[in-house]
Design a protein around this ligand. Structure first.
Ligand SMILES: [Fe+2]
Length: 358
């Protein structure tokens, strides 16, 4: 019996212990014993571009889907699919693309996405959320992943601040809608031939206002959400954009979204080679390297992050795994770990690289 599998779950270097048929199961595409190459994977994708699946013997399906022996990016994909992260990203993408087609932000759909993120953040461990956040992003899904990550981080900060459920929901909306104005900006930049770099930067700085206008136009978004998206690039000391307001003039939801935005941008990478170390980012936050943030919020963020990360499995610089046992606010990049029953403090030689991908 054959079972359909997404081609994206097969990887270069996999030695096939099964024949590969097209998605209908009628055409034999690859023989058992062959080694998959990128070229062969691309050919499989081109065979039926409308249905990027192939069929394999069902007895091997679970083995492939267990992720055992699979490279890290396949394990990450499996994890995100099972977690529901992939689906949420697609939901955000389809919400944003509605604006491209119809110049309309569907507030009912936005509320649905918000409820799904709220439920997910309630039932998931923070380590699982961080695992999705730390995954490399392709150019085409960067905006959607970033929007979802900021929503998850906003939800977490809201719960650490013991805000009401209603406030947390507003923070989630602020999180995944804060950069929606970039969709309008991308269309504008596409049609702007001959613009200088300086002009482009000035244009980019308009995205919080675009986000605000897009949300306030439909009138069904809470004013706190509209203001949070408008102020997520303002600085506590002034000098941010679009208004350059400072300190108490920046609403709390805007300050929270700004912190989530800075954190997610700092840990974002495009490939596993240039992957950022989140532990270094914690230290940078503590040492105020990013500037402009509400340090009271940063301290609450770090204090709770230290608690949440205890007993989380991490990948060490040696390639081995360990479990975090204690973190220190003045050396956030070097936690104490349990390394095969041996408790030691990590350091420049042996350090934590990232949350371990299950
Ligand atoms: Fe932004």
């Amino acid at each position: 019996m054959l079972k359909k599998i997404d081609i994206d779950y097969l990887w270069e270097g996999l030695v096939l212990c099964f024949d590969v048929y097209d998605s209908s199961g009628r055409v034999l595409l690859l023989n058992k014993g062959e080694t998959l190459t990128d070229e062969k994977i691309n050919k499989l994708k081109k065979f039926n571009p409308d249905d990027c699946r192939v069929s394999i013997d069902y007895t091997y399906y679970d083995e492939i889907m267990s992720g055992l022996d699979a490279p890290v990016f396949i394990r990450e994909r499996l994890f995100e699919d099972n977690f529901g992260y992939t689906r949420l990203c697609h939901e955000i993408e389809s919400l944003f693309s509605m604006w491209v087609k119809h110049r309309y932000i569907d507030s009912d759909k936005a509320m649905q996405i918000m409820r799904a993120i709220y439920k997910k953040s309630e039932e998931s461990s923070f380590a699982d959320i961080l695992q999705c956040i730390q995954a490399p992003r392709k150019k085409q899904d960067k905006l959607y992943r970033h929007s979802l990550n900021v929503a998850f981080l906003n939800a977490k900060i809201g719960s650490w601040l013991k805000l009401s459920d209603e406030d947390i929901k507003m923070l989630i909306l602020s999180g995944f809608l804060h950069d929606v104005g970039k969709i309008k900006l991308f269309s504008a930049l596409l049609n702007s031939k001959g613009m200088s770099e300086k002009e482009e930067i000035e244009m980019l700085k308009k995205h919080p206002v675009y986000s605000y206008d897009m949300l306030s136009l439909y009138g069904r978004f809470d004013e706190r959400v509209c203001m949070a998206v408008r102020t997520h690039h303002e600085n506590m000391g002034g000098g941010g954009y679009p208004e350059g307001v400072e300190s108490d003039e920046i609403p709390v939801f805007g300050r929270i979204t700004s912190l989530s935005n800075v954190y997610d941008n700092a840990v974002s990478s495009e490939s596993y080679d240039d992957k950022k170390n989140c532990f270094t980012v914690y230290r940078q936050l503590y040492e105020q390297e990013f500037g402009g943030l509400d340090m009271q919020l940063v301290n609450i963020f770090l204090k709770n992050m230290m608690k949440e990360l205890v007993n989380t499995e991490v990948l060490l610089s040696s390639g081995k795994t360990a479990v975090i046992k204690k973190m220190f606010s003045d050396s956030l990049d070097y936690p104490i770990v349990d390394f095969n029953g041996y408790i030691r403090k990590t350091d420049e030689e042996l350090y934590c690289k990232q949350i371990f991908i299950k």
